[in-house]
Design a protein around this ligand. Structure first.
Ligand code: MTE
Length: 320
């Protein structure tokens, strides 16, 4: 698998990893004055002063989570330059460039359906209400590659508890922003837009499922799903829907984009499962980005202890 070299991407279009660490120092606060005092080097690396203020205000310093893996983390440059985000192109390298047109402020998330608190929430609500944890998770893409990503986010369950699902609610449906002016891929019929995904309510309430608002201690880059995306580490990566504008509580299994596109290839559940092949390839092995040799894919991506009980008695070959 080819990874685009940094030199192939104009430097103006990537925010270097160091910048995020610098921003983290800003968030911590103590280093802010020092960074400004050191002058050009730091100032030159910042994307823009407003972004720094923004991160300082909105992304609290992440606390560590016991759910994190201790495996080596995938470099920031790979996480932010090798993306699936069809709204910004069908190849892995376009989103890092094309997603920069996405307007992530102002941003709201509408909550509707079978829920007590139907409401439209400003992105600031999430950042102010929930304490942000670092969760280092494996992400296994259905195509056979994987990464280890230090997300910053909060449990989806914390938010769902706040909005109070009605007893009839059985599933959660998520919807990505639809705006073909900002998302050029939506001008083409390659998928049904907007991108939608879904979870069973008990899956959504599992403590591993998070809404991510950052990675590597800084704001979520646009190509990774800013300003808020789902992360469900025991499922193939395509379940982790990006740039969410709507969360609906529903009583029936909702349609999902990849299932609509190719129902025999992508099921609703999409749990990582080395024993269920994709019709066109095996799912037994994966290549960790940055490694040469393939490794075995683990059942539920290695999160079986936490999630296997959700599927007791289910035939996972049928409900793939
Ligand atoms: N969300 C939207 N809205 N559009 C997409 O095309 N691609 C999915 C998922 N979420 C996608 C999306 C797929 S196929 C994967 S593997 C992950 O995002 C990739 O996330 P990453 O770029 O942060 O690694």
């Amino acid at each position: 698998m080819l990874i685009k070299k940094k030199s192939d991407i104009p430097s103006s279009e990537i925010t270097p990893q160091e910048t995020y660490f610098n921003r983290r120092e800003f968030m911590i606060g103590a280093a802010a004055a020092a960074a400004i005092a050191t002058g050009a080097r730091y100032v030159g690396e910042m994307a823009s002063p407003s972004q720094v203020v923004h991160a300082e205000n909105k992304l609290n310093v992440a606390s560590k989570s016991p759910f994190s893996t201790t495996e080596a983390q995938t470099p920031y440059n790979d996480i932010t330059n090798y993306n699936n985000y069809y709204e910004f192109g069908t190849d892995k390298y376009s989103p890092a460039k094309l997603a920069q047109t996405l307007q992530t402020r102002p941003w709201t998330v509408e909550v509707d359906g079978l829920v007590k608190k139907k409401k439209t929430y400003d992105i600031d609500y999430f950042l102010k209400t929930f304490s942000i944890e670092e969760r280092i998770y494996r992400l296994r893409c259905v195509e056979g590659w994987s990464m280890v990503i230090p997300w910053d986010g909060f449990p989806l369950s914390s938010f769902l508890k706040q909005v109070e699902p009605a007893s009839k609610a059985k599933f959660v449906k998520f919807t990505t922003k639809y705006d073909p002016r900002e998302m050029p891929g939506q001008r083409y019929g390659v998928l049904d837009w907007p991108y939608v995904e879904g979870l069973r309510l008990d899956e959504a309430m599992n403590p591993l499922a998070i809404l991510a608002v950052g990675l590597y201690g800084g704001e979520l880059p646009k190509q990774d799903g800013a300003p808020i995306r789902l992360v469900v580490p025991w499922k193939y990566g395509f379940k982790s829907i990006k740039s969410i504008v709507k969360i609906s509580l529903v009583d029936k299994q909702p349609p999902t984009t990849w299932n609509m596109a190719a129902p025999n290839e992508y099921g609703f559940y999409s749990n990582v499962n080395p024993n269920v092949d994709h019709p066109r390839w095996s799912q037994k092995k994966e290549r960790r980005i940055g490694e040469f040799f393939k490794r075995d894919t683990l059942m539920f991506n290695g999160y079986g202890d936490q999630v296997a009980s959700l599927y007791n008695g289910m035939d996972l070959k049928k409900y793939f």
